[in-house]
Design a protein around this ligand. Structure first.
Ligand SMILES: C[S@@+](CC[C@H](N)C(=O)[O-])C[C@H]1O[C@@H](n2cnc3c(N)ncnc32)[C@H](O)[C@@H]1O
Length: 252
């Protein structure tokens, strides 16, 4: 039996954490200073804490196995959980600004690890501000996929600088993505969809995937269905706008 008998925050029937114990403010300001530990460089990220089955603290330094996928603003973690079984040998991390939401995802992953022996060992979550600390977590060219699913729209023009896709941040994402790596974005806000697409289209280090490539990629199908926000939009019959781009070497 799972830990739910002693821990009231876990559901008795599923062993999964119950959202009502992890209520969080709808938004956090990504431009304000937060207080949480940040690794000084990617080599200081302690993989043994996130992926204990794969790493003991001693083998961490010389291991060639690195995080490959990053879900930016992962919310309640639905995408990570779907990707975990689709790519069981790939290490992935969710980056989430809200403290309680991060705690929820941590508990959710732990509960899944307990109830599905040897599965879900390749996913983890960290509380951080991706707009400030991406280079602290990933080396140049380390990532092969980055996800920006239903990011906060920040409608007012004066708040556009809080958006997680911008020309300046795309420079950082281009740095941590390997050549051929893919950025996946989706939103139900048309204006934000146009904004993300325009940024990606204008950036010399990204090129749109062709229609056939989108159809052949199993991950594209998850964009609108795997996350909690995507499911909410689908329930309400909302339209979505996606932009999927590949990191390329800029042409001379
Ligand atoms: C609208 S929710 C979408 C969550 C999830 N991707 C989904 O589709 O269900 C946006 C999430 O991004 C997080 N977020 C916003 N800015 C962030 C930042 N700078 N760094 C990390 N997370 C951020 C928010 O706390 C929120 O959980």
């Amino acid at each position: 039996m799972l830990q739910s008998k002693s821990n009231p925050t876990l559901s008795k029937s599923t062993g999964l954490p119950r959202k009502r114990f992890y209520r969080a403010r709808a938004h956090s300001n990504p431009l304000s200073d937060s207080h949480f530990p940040v690794p000084v460089s990617p080599s200081h990220v302690d993989y043994s804490l996130s992926y204990p089955l794969f790493f003991t603290s001693s083998d961490q330094a010389d291991s060639s196995r690195k995080i490959k996928f990053a879900d930016i603003g992962c919310g309640f973690g639905g995408l990570l959980i779907s990707l975990s079984t689709l790519f069981p040998d790939t290490l992935m991390i969710g980056m989430e600004l809200r403290d309680k939401v991060t705690e929820y995802v941590k508990e959710r992953i732990l509960a899944l690890r307990i109830s599905n022996h040897s599965q879900y060992q390749n996913i983890s979550v960290v509380r951080t501000n991706s707009m400030k600390y991406i280079p602290n977590y990933f080396e140049k060219g380390q990532l092969s996929k980055m996800f920006f699913l239903f990011p906060d729209p920040h409608f007012k023009e004066k708040n556009h600088r809080r958006r997680v896709i911008s020309m300046h941040l795309l420079d950082e994402y281009a740095y941590v993505l390997g050549i051929g790596g893919i950025i996946y974005t989706i939103t139900d806000v048309e204006e934000l969809g146009d904004w993300m697409k325009t940024c990606l289209e204008s950036h010399p280090m990204f090129e749109a995937l062709a229609e056939e490539e989108l159809e052949a990629d199993p991950v594209v199908k998850l964009l609108s269905s795997a996350t909690e926000e995507g499911q909410k939009v689908a329930r309400n019959g909302g339209q979505t706008f996606q932009a999927v781009y590949r990191r390329v070497v800029p042409s001379q």
